[in-house]
Design a protein around this ligand. Structure first.
Ligand SMILES: [Zn+2]
Length: 461
């Protein structure tokens, strides 16, 4: 319990003796309950009869809408700035009033909630099995700005569970295809299609202006990346996954834990199958993705109680669901009391992304064998470390081409063999796989620059 100054604005000052309030509490709910006791006239404006936050009240925690941090459950700290004022949005247009009429009559949403949705910006990562239904319902509900991030193209095998895409979209960038459908559903909102993957380099920039992050990605590197970015940016994250007949959804609120508190380190590469290997039933994605949309809508409007700090596991075969509490780990390297990681990292290396040994043997080249190619002018040397490593010493004569840019318009001379390398040989193996798929004879330097230096070989200075 801490003592906090609650600032009042917009006429609320007159409802409290002295124009402001000092209250004790560790959450917004405790502070507002104390404020309501000290100034009953203010309390009647701020809280509903059932103890919920009144829809026509705006509570700001360091300038951020406290609803996005869990509303009454939002945690406060001694140096926070808390401001309470009336919420008076512009009235809806007749067209909007007609479009949203079914949710406008819900007391938990109403005109104030609808206006909050219209003012919100939500990022949906992945326009696949989860992102497709999530984005559809968010667009239909009138979320004012959706950012759809996906670097894949629509494949025919996607259509079984991703009804945002149509048969005629096969081959098109998924983000574009999704945006087309969403605009057709609701021309009243803004959609930004990002035709590229979320990476450690672009994540903070893409997500910084968003109010809620909805993660529909299907791989561990992106899941850790999104979680870390959400913590660093202090954004609520609606996370989910589906596999076979089981769906999982959890909400991580700022200050209340993260994915890493639950899973500090990724599973060994290849130990957890993905949907392509193990299969998934499409309607399950529809169900869990729609729940993600619902959790985002609850956060934005303040309706009900979010799944913040909880994990819900749904078994579609039995129809049973179980809810677990996810406590924050004070030792968490990202969101703990003394975080050791203050920036994003190389998540593909962190997760040792699925590169089974046989592929490593097939596409790898030892330092000794690579040395023998140094005198062959036909061989191209490619440094695929992250863009942040562009200034670092490299193998003389090598071209810099970060893994993220391979396949994104960058061309290599066909017919010339390529040796790709990175720091330790993981990124380069992924790069070699990508290049091999496009018919290039590519070999990944085993052990990377670490092994290169250990063999006494030189780098540019
Ligand atoms: Zn954590």
């Amino acid at each position: 319990m801490i003592s906090m100054d609650i600032e009042l604005e917009g006429g609320f000052q007159a409802l409290a003796p002295g124009g402001g309030i000092v209250a004790f509490g560790g959450t917004i709910g405790e502070l507002l309950a104390a404020a309501a006791q000290a100034a009953p006239a203010l309390g009647r404006r701020v809280m509903t009869a059932t103890g919920a936050l009144a829809p026509e009240v705006d509570v700001r925690l360091n300038g951020i809408d406290a609803r996005l941090w869990g509303g009454l459950r939002a945690l406060v700290r001694p140096d926070d700035r808390i401001l309470v004022r009336p919420y008076r949005p512009d009235p809806l247009s007749p067209g909007q009033a007609e479009r949203y009429t079914r949710q406008l009559i819900l007391v938990e949403i109403g005109p104030a909630g609808q206006a909050r949705l219209g003012g919100a910006r939500v990022a949906v990562i992945g326009a696949g099995g989860l992102g497709s239904p999530a984005a559809t319902y968010l667009a239909a509900a009138g979320v004012g700005h959706l950012v759809i991030i996906d670097g894949d193209r629509v494949e025919r095998s996607n259509l079984q569970r991703q009804p945002i895409h149509r048969d005629e979209d096969v081959g098109a960038p998924k983000a574009d295809s999704a945006a087309r459908t969403l605009r057709a559903i609701n021309p009243d909102i803004e959609i930004s299609a990002v035709n590229g993957f979320l990476t450690a380099e672009n994540a903070l920039g893409l997500l910084r202006e968003c109010d809620v992050i909805v993660n529909g990605s299907d791989n561990f590197p992106t899941r850790y990346l999104v979680s870390d970015a959400a913590v660093l940016l202090q954004k609520p994250l609606v996370d989910a996954s589906i596999l076979r007949f089981e769906g999982r959804i959890s909400v991580h609120l700022p200050r209340q834990g993260c994915y890493r508190c639950l899973f500090p380190s990724p599973p060994p590469p290849g130990s957890v199958p993905n949907c392509a290997e193990a299969g998934v039933v499409g309607a399950l994605g529809g169900q869990i993705g729609a729940m993600q949309a619902l959790e985002a809508i609850k956060l934005i409007t303040g309706a009900g109680e979010s799944l913040g700090g909880r994990l819900l596991v749904y078994d579609a075969l039995s129809g049973e669901q179980h809810r677990f509490t996810l406590p924050r780990d004070p030792e968490c390297p990202v969101c703990g009391d003394h975080p050791s990681q203050a920036s994003l990292i190389d998540y593909e290396a962190f997760c040792g992304v699925g590169v089974p040994q046989e592929r490593s043997d097939l596409l790898g080249i030892s330092v000794a064998d690579a040395m023998r190619l140094r005198s062959d002018p036909a061989v191209q040397w490619l440094d695929v470390r992250p863009p942040g490593a562009l200034e670092r010493p490299t193998i003389p004569g090598a071209r810099r081409l970060p893994l993220e840019e391979i396949g994104a318009g960058e061309t290599l001379e066909p017919g010339r063999p390529v040796v790709v390398f990175c720091d330790i040989g993981r990124r380069s193996l992924l790069a070699a796989e990508r290049l091999a798929r496009s018919g290039i004879d590519a070999r990944s330097l085993q052990g990377g620059l670490v092994a290169w230096l250990a063999a006494g070989l030189e780098l540019t200075s």
